[in-house]
Design a protein around this ligand. Structure first.
Ligand SMILES: *[C@@H]1O[C@H](CO)[C@@H](O)[C@H](O)[C@H]1NC(C)=O
Length: 300
């Protein structure tokens, strides 16, 4: 019985990962580009791959003026001193894609998933891949007496994950963020969790130090759920999001699972959220959460 259900879990897991890696990107082809009134060129799915000829493909261009002179962003692509090394670790900026070698046309990197109906880098800081990291931090939902709570419909234990409310879209999401130049992904995962989730905790300097030590031990072992392209509304023909999503699980609930995350900070809500298929989360985050639930044989 256990072997049987395990193999179902594995098959489902495999399916989710296949979907993530191969699905036609949709979110980055919605009519209006986020944070602006730029309308993407509308075209049918079969013309998405660059390998399919599309003779009169002349999408609009958008480059957010807010990115100019930002230390974390690339210069304008026409800047004479800007000589990006595409598909390479360019000084400290990682311009390699997890999806393999991407093409460059007229000096611009091409989205490995195909056309998006918009050229330029939009609101993304980097031309080409923009690397992010998403920690999926989980614990079991417990009653006050420490017993695990079971979902009545599936008869499976309920898993919870650390969720934050995004300021830009008001959607619940993972507490992820961008990988800094030269930074290891493992450091990004931990840093983002500390910044986004634990900043809301009121703690004395002594508590803060011991928490940081515990968190860094906790983050030393995780399970990689996904690595690759993400279908993100900000993607364009020349700039796109990629992420590494890693599950860090607190089985006993006595490490990061002991933190009360809903500390009443209205500026940005953070909480332990029950994992269930009715959750509507930002971008591909629902699939990461589902994968985590499958991994632990939890309710979904
Ligand atoms: C790069 O261009 C070649 C030739 O047009 C094409 O066959 C290949 O699929 C492209 N690769 C990607 C990742 O888009």
């Amino acid at each position: 019985m256990l072997i049987f259900s395990n193999s179902i879990f594995l098959k489902t897991l495999f399916l989710i990962l296949m979907i993530l890696r191969t699905m036609v990107h949709i979110k980055c082809r919605s009519n209006y580009y986020p944070f602006g009134a730029i309308k993407r060129l509308d075209f049918p799915d079969n013309l998405v791959p660059w390998s399919v000829a599309f003779n009169n493909y002349h999408p609009p261009e958008y480059n957010s003026p807010n990115l100019l002179n930002k230390p974390w962003a690339d210069p304008d692509i026409t800047e004479p001193n800007f000589n990006p090394q595409w598909n390479e670790l360019d000084d400290k900026v990682n311009r390699k894609s997890y999806m393999g070698v991407y093409n460059v046309s007229d000096g611009r990197p091409l989205n490995p998933r195909g056309r998006t109906g918009l050229t330029g880098r939009g609101v993304l800081g980097r031309w080409g891949p923009n690397h992010a990291a998403d920690p999926v931090v989980t614990r079991w939902k417990l009653f006050d007496d420490g017993k695990r709570e079971i979902d009545q419909s599936t008869n499976l234990y309920i898993l919870q994950f650390c969720a934050i409310k995004r300021r830009d879209s008001d959607e619940w999401a993972l507490p992820g963020g961008m990988v800094d130049p030269g930074e290891q992904v493992s450091s990004t995962l931990q840093r983002e969790f500390l910044e986004e989730a634990l900043n809301s905790l009121e703690s004395t300097p002594g508590e803060l130090e011991s928490n940081k030590k515990m968190v860094s031990d906790f983050f030393s072992s995780g399970y990689e759920i996904y690595k690759g392209y993400v279908d993100d509304p900000r993607n364009t023909d020349n700039a796109w999001m990629e992420t590494v999503a890693v599950n860090f699980h607190d089985e006993e609930g006595n490490l990061v699972g002991k933190f009360q995350l809903n500390a009443g900070d209205d500026a940005k809500s953070v909480q332990w959220m029950d994992i269930d298929q009715s959750l509507a989360l930002y971008a591909s985050h629902s699939l990461f959460i589902q994968t985590a639930a499958m991994l632990h044989g939890a309710h979904w």
